[in-house]
Write a protein that binds this ligand. Structure first.
Ligand code: ATP
Ligand code: MG
Length: 429
């Protein structure tokens, strides 16, 4: 076909593109795109995320002329799909036919449901109440699709966060203090993570906790989980935060070093940010490091409210494998103790088990990891707190510098790949 020589994108530049997002077992949603040829894979995933907020979509498919499904997972594959679609549109135009929208089929996968390294179990029972998904509208205006998280933060921070607006869905996991649910926030149409903690405390203490949590509204870093609000209902507090569709790091096996490096950079930046606000994390560990399919890495569950920490400690007193030796032996807790936990979080579970306060600090097996990585971990895990790197030394460490390139795609591709693998092992959602 001759027109192909001029490139179908040029011919179609002013054409409005309609993408029909097929919803599994129900209808479809049409999305009108005004800049079709410039459309990126990530844009489509974002829109699918708005249409199917319950699912974690890592890829989608379209059908070729034989009805075979072709998967799209990257910008390159997007280009191929658009090119194919525009060629069919040209044919329809030439033949005087009606132009069909571009049909795509989202491929959703289940969120991570199993934990691997510490033998902890996740209860997959449903949340406090079950409600059906919101009905998909027939069409979505393109400008209403991208609600920025800043905007959402504003909506939610306006005192609108309350139990009535929340529909609890799956259980994401149980911790020592409470249970985390994936939940649907009706007014904003957003999916949240809600941590529910049972606390039998006085009204006075409830108020104190609420005011201590205020600082979370001010936390504004892309390495810290977004906070949308908290409220007490009877004897339980619900803390609403941004939902991370990749879950926490503890469910990922063997993370390749080039991915781990980028994750470590984000964690160091998140900690540095908290320390700059004079907040100690106090619970640095893989289950408090969350990832998403955009390749973002964020810290959660840091101890901003002393009262909350104390109240939880009344029902649960214990140590965990990530705690610094000085903390276990009841000495003073400081930035250095967070640094120890940072180091040990990036070690393999095998070495983790060997980590006993009275023994020497564990070391990583030689040869399996790069020298800067081993050095980084070893420095973070010096027995003497003062010998561990200070915040600026962490950022300047060769291991961190090496991976401080802002390459979120590496993490994004890895998260998507692992989620897809789990999806294929678990069967259809
Ligand atoms: P601990 O109570 O000792 O801190 P924990 O961190 O495993 O342990 P929770 O904080 O209750 O326990 O979290 C339970 C699980 O819920 C986490 O392991 C994580 O997988 C999941 N989770 C927590 N917050 C989110 C979130 N914002 N988005 C997605 N998953 C989350
Ligand atoms: Mg946690």
């Amino acid at each position: 076909m001759l027109w192909l020589a001029f490139g179908p994108f040029h011919a179609m530049e002013n054409q409005v593109l309609v993408i029909r997002i097929k919803i599994p077992n129900s209808g479809a949603v049409d999305w009108t795109v005004h800049s079709g040829p410039q459309l990126l894979f990530r844009d489509v995933l974002d829109v699918i995320g708005q249409v199917l907020p319950e699912a974690t979509t890592t890829a989608f498919e379209y059908e070729d002329e034989d009805g075979d499904r072709i998967t799209v997972r990257s910008d390159e594959e997007m280009k191929a799909m658009l090119s194919y679609y525009y060629s069919t549109v040209m044919e329809q135009q030439v033949n005087g036919q009606l132009i069909e929208p571009l049909q795509i089929f989202p491929r959703a996968c289940k969120p991570p449901g199993e934990r691997n390294i510490h033998g902890l179990k996740v209860n997959t029972r449903a949340g406090p109440s079950q409600h059906s998904s919101p009905a998909a509208s027939d069409s979505l205006p393109s400008n209403s699709l991208k609600k920025s998280s800043a905007e959402l933060k504003k909506i939610l921070a306006n005192g609108q966060m309350n139990e009535q607006d929340i529909r609890y869905r799956d259980t994401l996991g149980h911790g020592n203090g409470g249970t985390v649910y994936k939940a649907y926030h009706v007014p904003s149409g957003k999916i949240l993570a809600v941590k529910v903690i049972l606390l039998d405390i006085t009204l006075e203490l409830q108020k104190q906790i609420m005011s201590e949590l205020e600082i979370l509204y001010k936390c504004d870093s892309s390495y810290i989980i977004g906070f949308y609000g908290a409220f007490f209902v009877e004897n339980r507090i619900s803390i609403c935060t941004e939902f991370m569709d990749g879950g926490s790091l503890d469910v990922y096996r063997k993370i390749p070093e080039h991915v781990l490096g980028r994750i470590a950079v984000a964690v160091v930046k998140g900690l540095t940010y908290l320390w700059s606000l004079k907040i100690l994390h106090r619970d640095v560990k893989p289950s408090n490091m969350l990832v998403n399919t955009r390749g973002q890495v964020k810290l959660c569950d840091f101890g901003v409210s002393t009262q909350l920490v104390n109240s939880i400690a009344k029902t649960y007193v214990g140590t965990n494998a990530y705690m610094a030796p000085e903390r276990i032996s009841g000495e003073q807790y400081g930035i250095h103790s967070d640094v120890w936990s940072l180091g040990i979080s990036f070690m393999e579970p095998l070495q983790l088990l060997q980590c006993i306060v009275d023994e020497d600090s564990p070391v990583l097996p030689v040869g399996e990891f790069s020298e800067p990585f081993v050095h980084f971990i070893t420095q973070c895990m010096r027995k003497q707190p003062k010998e561990r790197p200070a915040p600026e030394e962490l950022m300047g460490h060769p291991f961190i510098m090496q991976f401080n390139d802002g390459n979120a795609t590496v993490v994004s591709m890895w998260v998507c790949r692992v989620l897809e693998e789990r999806r294929s092992q678990q069967g259809p959602p």
